[in-house]
Design a protein around this ligand. Structure first.
Ligand code: NA7
Length: 546
């Protein structure tokens, strides 16, 4: 790692990349390959992004391994072999370290460095960037690869400082093993992280109390090891896999059904859901075309999953508490290993904190409106300030010294052009930014598309001697409106979730994801570029806007 702490000196670069996860690593690689002087800045001590921090027990990916990786390099794809259908966090982290080593990326990553501010200077068309250590960097391009869900949400609960035991957030898990043996553990939150952690912690702890605000639909992952033959076949099918996932709606090869759930008789539908339940993973979500758009269709799958919960969970009262009522799939559709089964264990109990809210963390544990729970450890599986949280952690200022946070009114008026750029912030690119399809699919596929689009754009600017590119306000408004209109044709906006910002106290509500699917979105972005970056303005080297 180069030593770069140069007080009073300015490091001049072509491009600065924030983050060394899937986005940052690939962006860095492409910029460097194109001959741009580039450095990535990463707050963590190593590569990996969310996979560096999310080390909680049971953490694993919910996209199938053979698709949850880069496809830009056939050689890379063929050199790496995944061990199971849904890889665990340590394996994904090993993969990203392997990528960093293979392409010798580490030498251009400055670890343990948090970017404090990035201000655009209109007179020079450059970004002035400062680290928290006081280092100054000047760069033409400012590219964020900060992830969509990487800023931990630790609810502001009264009394946390008084707690005598240990507490952890799933997204900032210690590197050393947390030993739950013989401990009374409380876990708050039953999203993907809680659902993954609960069965694993329950096996170790003396007692696990789950504090649930909203019950979750979750379906079996049916994880299993991969055979050598299966992996070999995937490698042989590399080109086909790459082509299919890149054109798909959600970055996975299996297309969702084109049938309505309401076209089938109840008996046939039951059969379809049973088979999907057996197959596990995303099969249920993909079993009918209209589960996320039609309330009646959604009710059929919701009823089915609730019936499975009653079948699995022995205590009827617990089963009832675990049964969700919102539209299936409108919070992140979760897959699990033994989640509902875990509530049959004698050392696990479930507390409904919607009914009796948490009032205080005490020295001994958690006090809700109707009881006190003594605990040795509290695990916050309370999620993230999604989409904008990580961007707002930096003081990003564009033209006229306007901050991104102010422009987007703390998130309530978030608007972008294509989810990549935003008016008033020339030469700033967001990898999987708000209003891109990002989190509604298999992320590496979305990330590669953005990185490649940004790289092509930068090459175009350089070739045509253009100093800066900026999204036009009218194009941005039209894109935001289009995103909102599309979202309103679905059930997503009818449920409170981190997708809508509802999980963060005081955060403005808004659905900031493009729901039209990866493939159509890719085509649209490609067309915009082919039309000479329609909807963008160029600032020439003489500072004239064209
Ligand atoms: P999620 O999906 O946002 O889940 C967070 C959970 O924590 C969820 O059950 C929340 O209940 C609960 N929560 C949040 N704040 C509180 C408070 N104050 N009190 C009680 N319960 C609370 O985060 P995850 O980390 O599980 O998953 C994030 C994404 O990572 C996931 O979607 C995948 O894309 C990977 P709520 O449902 O809001 O009532």
């Amino acid at each position: 790692m180069p030593s770069t702490k140069k007080e009073n000196q300015v490091t001049n670069l072509d491009a600065v990349v924030i983050g060394a996860g899937f986005s940052g690593l690939y962006m860095l690689y492409r910029l460097r390959e194109a001959g741009l002087s580039t450095r990535a800045y990463e707050a963590a001590g190593g590569v990996g992004g969310v996979w560096y921090w999310n080390r909680y027990p049971g953490a694993r990916c919910d996209s199938e391994s053979i698709y949850y990786n880069y496809t830009f390099s056939e050689e890379l794809y063929k050199e790496w072999s995944w061990t199971s259908r849904y890889p665990e966090q340590p394996e994904i982290l090993r993969y990203l370290n392997f990528v960093a080593d293979k392409f010798d990326l580490r030498k251009d990553i400055q670890f343990q460095t948090r970017i404090q501010s990035a201000h655009y200077d209109e007179s020079s068309n450059r970004w002035n960037i400062r680290t928290e250590d006081g280092e100054s960097i000047s760069a033409t391009y400012f590219i964020t690869g900060v992830g969509c869900i990487s800023t931990a949400n630790i609810p502001n609960m009264k009394g946390l400082d008084n707690f005598k035991g240990d507490w952890y957030h799933t997204g900032h898990w210690p590197h050393e093993k947390v030993d739950f043996t013989g401990k009374r553990v409380g876990i708050i939150g039953t999203g993907s992280s809680g659902v993954q952690a609960i069965p694993v912690i329950a096996k170790e702890a003396a007692h696990l109390t789950v504090f649930q605000r909203t019950p979750q639909y979750t379906v079996p992952a049916r994880n299993h090891p991969h055979t050598k033959e299966y992996i070999q076949q995937a490698k042989e099918n590399f080109h086909e896999i790459k082509k299919t996932i890149r054109a798909s709606l959600g970055g996975l090869p299996t297309p969702p059904s084109d049938r309505s759930a309401l076209e089938d008789s109840p008996e046939v539908r039951q059969q379809v859901f049973e088979e999907a339940w057996k197959e596990g993973g995303p099969a249920i979500l993909f079993s009918y075309a209209d589960l996320l758009t039609n309330e009646d269709a959604n009710e059929t799958v919701s009823v089915f999953i609730r019936s499975k919960i009653r079948e699995i969970v022995e205590d009827p009262e617990t089963a009832e508490k675990l049964s969700p009522t919102y539209y299936y799939g409108t919070k992140r559709a979760i897959i699990d290993t033994d989640y509902f089964e875990t509530y049959n264990r004698p050392n696990v109990s479930l507390v409904d904190v919607k009914k009796a809210p948490i009032q205080e963390i005490t020295a001994q544990g958690i006090r809700t409106a109707d009881a006190e729970y003594e605990l040795d450890v509290i695990v916050f599986a309370t999620g993230y300030d999604g989409m904008t949280g990580s961007l707002f952690k930096m003081d990003i200022r564009g033209k006229d010294d306007v901050s991104l946070k102010d422009k987007w009114e703390n998130g309530s008026a978030t608007s972008t052009y294509l989810g990549i750029a935003t008016a008033g912030f020339p030469n700033m690119f967001m990898i999987t930014g708000p209003e891109s399809p990002s989190v509604l699919g298999n992320m590496p596929v979305a990330i590669e598309q953005h990185v490649e689009w940004v790289m092509d754009c930068i090459q175009y600017l350089r070739k045509h001697d253009i100093a800066a590119i900026e999204a036009n306000a009218d194009a941005e408004q039209a894109w935001s409106k289009h995103c909102r209109e599309l979202a309103d044709t679905t059930l997503y906006t009818k449920t409170e979730s981190w997708y809508t910002g509802a999980n963060i106290a005081g955060k403005a509500r808004g659905f900031q994801i493009y729901v039209g699917g990866y493939g159509p979105y890719r085509d649209h972005c490609t067309e915009i570029a082919a039309k000479g970056y329609e909807g963008f303005s160029f600032i020439t080297t003489a500072n004239t806007v064209v």
